[in-house]
Design a protein around this ligand. Structure first.
Ligand code: PLP
Length: 360
């Protein structure tokens, strides 16, 4: 068996240890005589798996008791609707910062339910930076401010949070969850689809301050109401049981790695290898302003569509897969989530050096 270095933006690599444990436990979990896939979600055995996963996530992310953790379905994209349906119901206004396609989708969906306002945008430069804002830019009567913390497609991330005063800040952390410590108390709500840094696709993690639950619009479908899931421990209906189990394995792996401080150190070191190379290369260059660079998604270009295509195909043949950039940016993108080992990035840079020599 030869595993490739997989730079996919999502679904993406999982830690080898997580895959191995899942494989070992496939036919029988513990002494239950069954796979986790086959368990009733109402069983005592499954409830223990679920509770341990939630407890470990709370511990790793240092989530305060006045926040609920929900395990939902529908992807981060369903949150684009759930957020306004549940939270845009006091003054029916919300502010958005447009830092890319995901942020824009959240904004557009909210505009169907209330007065959504784009406060700032970096569309003028293909979202290659995070726009600066001050407290005065935000509407004090907004029900929330929404940001996308790490922009998967464009490779930017917030290193400093916008000052929104008393207005709850909501962040899509789909592509940076668990990559470094985050101060949950600075947010009204955080959410993330699992398939970038946590588990296979199928579960969406919502971390929401309790006082923000319970004010949904009247016509909100039962399944899209946070109250439904908060009151039923994410088991109003069948949750994505197996995906939550794999997420739990990832949480345990992160604990063993030393928690989020250690992940940050590892991810910073990993990303620096690639950024340092890009900054000194005569052929390749990064597309993002240095101060807003993501630790997780690194887009880069050669400046020639032909050479980009050649690089993507030659790197694939050499065992580095999914390096083609998003169709809206072109070029290349290396997604180097938690599970990407440092050797993967070192070997990629070696390959890029060789390609540069051959094609300069
Ligand atoms: C991938 C991604 C999404 C979309 O997630 P789905 O689970 O496919 O709906 C939303 N936001 C960000 C930042 C993403 O990276």
């Amino acid at each position: 068996m030869a595993r490739v270095y997989n730079f996919s933006a999502g679904p993406s690599m999982l830690p080898e240890q997580v895959l191995k444990t899942a494989a070992d436990e496939m036919m029988e979990f513990g002494t239950t005589g069954q796979s986790v896939m086959e368990m009733s979600h109402r069983s005592k055995e499954y409830q223990a798996i679920f509770d341990e996963a939630e407890a470990n996530l709370r511990e790793i992310m240092n989530i305060p008791d006045n926040y609920k953790v929900l395990f939902l379905q529908g992807g981060a994209s369903t949150q684009f609707a759930m957020i306004p349906l549940n939270l845009m119901n006091k003054n029916k206004k919300a502010d958005f910062i447009i830092t890319g396609q995901w942020a824009n989708k959240a904004y557009k969906e909210a505009a169907r339910y209330g007065e959504a306002r784009a406060v700032a945008s970096s569309a003028d430069k293909t979202y290659s930076y995070i726009p600066k804002t001050t407290a005065a830019d935000f509407d004090k009567d907004a029900d929330f401010v929404h940001i996308c913390m790490n922009n998967t497609i464009y490779g930017t991330k917030y290193n400093e949070l916008p000052d929104t005063g008393d207005v709850p800040l909501i962040a899509d952390i789909s592509s940076c969850i668990l990559s470094e410590p985050i101060d949950v108390t600075k947010f009204g709500m955080l959410y993330a689809g699992a398939q970038k840094n946590v588990a296979p696709a199928g579960v969406t993690i919502v971390i929401i301050r309790e006082d923000l639950i319970g004010n949904a619009m009247d016509f909100t479908p039962t399944m899209l109401n946070y109250t439904t899931h908060a009151d039923n421990g994410s088991m109003f209906n069948t949750p994505p049981c197996y995906t939550i189990y794999v997420a739990g394995l990832t949480f345990k792996w992160i604990k063993e790695m030393g928690g989020l401080e250690a992940m940050k150190e590892y991810n910073t070191k990993k990303a620096k290898i690639l950024y340092d190379f890009l900054d000194n290369s005569k052929l390749f260059k990064g597309t993002v302003v240095p101060e807003d660079r993501s630790l997780m998604n690194v887009p880069f270009v050669t400046g020639s569509d032909e050479l980009d295509a050649k690089f993507v195909s030659e790197s694939k043949a050499a065992g580095f897969v999914n390096l083609k950039g998003h169709r809206s940016v072109g070029g290349m993108r290396a997604s180097i989530y938690n599970a990407m080992p440092i050797e993967g990035v070192e070997k990629l840079v070696e390959f890029m050096k060789k390609f540069e020599e051959e094609n300069a």
